[in-house]
Design a protein around this ligand. Sequence first.
Ligand code: 4AD
Ligand code: MG
Length: 446
Amino acid sequence: MKPYRFPIQTISHILKQKINSVPITVYGYIKTVRSQKQMTFIEINDGSSSTGLQSIIDSTKLPTIKLSTGCTVRLQGTMVSSPNRKQSVELVVDKLELLGDAIDYPLHKGRIPIETLRDHQHLRSRSNLFGAIWRIRNTLVSSIHAFFQSQEFTHVHPPILTTSDCEGGGESFEVVGGNTFFGKNVYMSVSSQLHLEVLTHALSRVYALNPAFRAEPSDSTRHLAEFWMVEAEMAYLTNLDSLLDFIEAQIRFSIQSILNTSLQDLEFCDGFVQPGLLDMLQGLVENPFGRMTYTKAIELLSLKKEWHYPVQWGLPLQTEHEKYLAEEIQHGPLFITDYPTVVKPFYMKQNHNKTTVACTDLIFPKWGEVVGGSVREDRLDILKENIHYHKLSREEYRWYVDVRRYGSVPMSGYGLGLERLLGICTGIGNIRDLVPFPRVHGSCRY
Ligand code: 4AD
Ligand code: MG
């Protein structure tokens, strides 16, 4: 079969080819226009690269209409090597066609603060920065699929509308009209885990990359009401350390893929967002992540007194504690393991001591928790006790308990917040800038 080729070349492709003296047609939006008497210099981009294409046109050949930042154009001309040190090639334009005018385009051509761009979510993706973020996000997602596929996982699609609150946190959005339509209360999924566990009983290794919805009234820079989560369940992997090895390998694989595939965009982020980003990412690929029990973490945190939230065995760790452990103690990613049963959900496997569960939170500098996972409770009697202990409805969880009745499969699994990992990869510190149209407490625009 003849391979298909999309009929339009991207700017990224043209720049990589370094085509010389070849006639080409290129499409894009104008980033800058500089008009001199005889020559006009135009930089265009089509979102395929963090460097635009420089082009030169004889000013007398320009249409009478005024060109400005934001206009969309079609250019025909010849690629030549550039005398300008900033780029190796440029386009000498023979013909320019205006496809879309942009009168009073609100984003001027200079550097615009990321906070200002947040007020123009429908336009901000044309900026070099957001172009780079979405392309890195694309590489990240594709690397996640590549990793799981290489480990013989099946990608499955659990439902978005559910009847149970997996995390038991009561932070679900209820579907309006659910009762009339379904005859019962229905919610937007906070996590696909329970459905994935059921599928693991059949397929052994499954994963999903789904949106998750949480009605947490938090205005933090780390919470979205709609975010994306990578979730995996693995049959017969029941050792907590093996689970940690797997999570670490998955994250490493993604970072290495981004370093291989999106280097130019990472360099852009290193220059404009977080100096030292590339070295930091290289370090994540090379150095093992830290590992520490919750009990040890409490011991270390107790040595420091001035906390906003109390530090005491049996209480959850707060973001200030997590950041301190990752930033000041570990100076890098750190798995905290074996939390007290009381602070974790019903599905985690009880350790022999009966006071802790075989679980982990992976915490990173700046972000705190990025992954949450555990060995799953596969013993029917203990699972039933847990459901009773957590005051959950036996009726609602009957199907979940039922699979444990018919050939219960020992397993472990985890969920990784895609936007938080993307924040680490790009150096962007506010989760509102890591998804194109953020939905956060108090704001759902567009
Ligand atoms: O720790 P969480 O709540 O774990 C679960 O939902 C499990 N059922 C996952 C599983 O084992 N399959 O969420 C997992 C991760 C967090 O570590 C965090 O990275 C991300 O999801 N996350 C959020 N990201 C953005 N905005 C929010 N509101 C988030 N809540 C959780
Ligand atoms: Mg968690």
